[in-house]
Design a protein around this ligand. Structure first.
Ligand code: PXP
Length: 260
């Protein structure tokens, strides 16, 4: 069965906006343990804009004693690798990282740095941690990942997600149809990439920009091991929780008010 991994960076993003203790990604991990999700994903960025070193320590210790898997997203940085090797992560996903980007905008260019990446991942694999490369749905990047001895590729679904967003908001019928065709092409491209990766012995994950709305069309892409989802899932959690928490506040400030 395909597995869901929840990226909790976005919880830390909210905390870092205030530099307080809440919301604490670690507390969310505890709640996630009570669900059917298979694991947690974090990205310890070099600029520490969301997840901090102490989050990694807490989360790693907790998931190490639970049934949850732990995927550690990272740039090919020696400093970050040293931290990874002290965790209970069972997968390291190598991603490109630029300081000026808002989120991981494109896949890793494996071809242009394949020798460096092949060397970089050796100690990770020797430590028993599986390695995944986050790549665009481009066949020669996937082939290069295999040549570096990656175990997985995670196909970047950001381009698909952006097209879906544009399609959704098209009111003009012809434009909508044109976007729908583009979307179908992108799904085919992802499908071909997955078939190719599986054919050369790689396991495949999908991630970036996935939502409850845009996931349906991607279900025709088979043989996916894990879906790594963050922003939209955490955003939706606000909607599903807001009514309950307002009731709690109202009960404190107005305890006499009759219950509905
Ligand atoms: N997979 C990877 C490799 C990522 O870098 C990200 C973004 O942090 C995700 C999955 C999750 O993307 P999103 O937050 O858009 O769901």
């Amino acid at each position: 069965m395909p597995e869901l991994y929840v990226n909790v960076d976005h919880v830390a993003t909210l905390r870092e906006a205030r530099k307080t203790n809440e919301p604490n990604p670690f507390e969310i991990v505890k709640l996630l343990e009570r669900t059917q999700v298979s694991g947690i994903t974090t990205h310890l960025r070099e600029d520490r804009r969301h997840i901090q070193d102490y989050d990694i320590k807490d989360i790693s210790y907790y998931v190490g004693n639970s049934h949850l898997g732990f995927t550690f997203e990272m740039a090919a940085s020696e400093e970050i690798r040293a931290i990874l090797l002290k965790t209970h992560a069972n997968m390291a996903t190598l991603v490109p990282e630029k300081r000026e980007e808002v989120t991981t905008e494109g896949g890793l260019d494996v071809i242009s740095q394949s020798e460096k990446l092949a060397e970089f991942i050796k100690p990770i694999k020797n430590d028993g941690i599986q390695v995944s490369f986050f790549v665009d749905p481009v066949l020669n990047q996937i082939e290069a990942a295999k040549n570096c001895s990656a175990d997985f590729v995670e196909i970047h679904t950001g381009a698909y997600a952006n097209l879906f967003e544009a399609y959704q908001y098209q009111s003009d019928k012809n434009q909508r149809e044109a976007y729908f065709n583009l979307l179908k092409n992108e799904v085919d491209k992802i499908n071909q990439a997955v078939i190719y990766a599986r054919g050369i012995g790689l396991k495949v994950n999908l991630g970036h920009g996935l939502t409850t709305k845009n996931l349906h069309m991607l279900m025709k892409v088979r043989d996916i091991k894990q879906y790594h989802i963050g922003h939209s899932l955490i955003s939706n959690a606000l909607f599903y929780g807001i009514e309950k928490i307002c009731e709690q506040y109202l009960e404190i400030i107005n305890p006499e008010s009759p219950k509905l």
